[in-house]
Design a protein. Sequence first.
Length: 244
Amino acid sequence: MVRIYAVEDERQMSRKAANLISAQVILKPDAVLGLATGSSPIGTYRQLVEWYEKGDIDFSEVRTVNLDEYLGLDGRSSASYRRFMNEYLFGKININIDNTHVPNGLAENVDRECRDYDRLVEELGGIDLQLLGLGHNGHIGFNEPADAFENGTHVVDLTESTINANARLFARREDVPRRAITMGVGTILQARKILVIVSGEDKARAVRDAFFGPVTSRVPASILQLHRDVILVADAGALRLCRI
Ligand code: F6R
């Protein structure tokens, strides 16, 4: 079931999402949070940092697993998702860095890295709350539109649409890696609660197709309609094509 919180703008979206995440951490201090990168969660992470600084949230026992990482990028490289997480969140709160996990983009044996990542999620006891952004083409994590859903963590070839959308974070478009490691939809769907945040009119079609269209691997996020506990926090622009 998808519950929709319609908010006015990105600021409100971030505040609502941060509220839901902090509620999870307060209820279960050693919660396992599934985290995302990209533009969508930046405001949410800022809000969490602010509340942490005020002494309202304690992350000391929290464990995290990120959705994805580019293949071929060192965790120290400025465009890597590990670096993003350290900069926007982990480096600014009292989380134990050893309890934060991002797929290793430099793994020598990527198949083993994928298997180990799924095992890690299992060993952590599964994800309590998974935060997701939504790609313009309906992707979640880096699960791109395809003929079939992919269950576990796997390597993907990024689509041109995703490469273009992410090129802003690189000096040159040619620098954007063509492949990434991503959690599969099976792993994502096993999260006990899923929180999707979407802002802006440019995502309106993706929101409509994902949450109001048929469930299809051509719109990977549409599979979320089958999960029992999804919250979509979306602003007016993102909901422009939905009648709610
Ligand atoms: C990032 C991720 C992606 C993004 C999506 C939206 O870890 O998994 O699925 O959530 O591409 O990106 P933004 O928020 O930059 O529009």
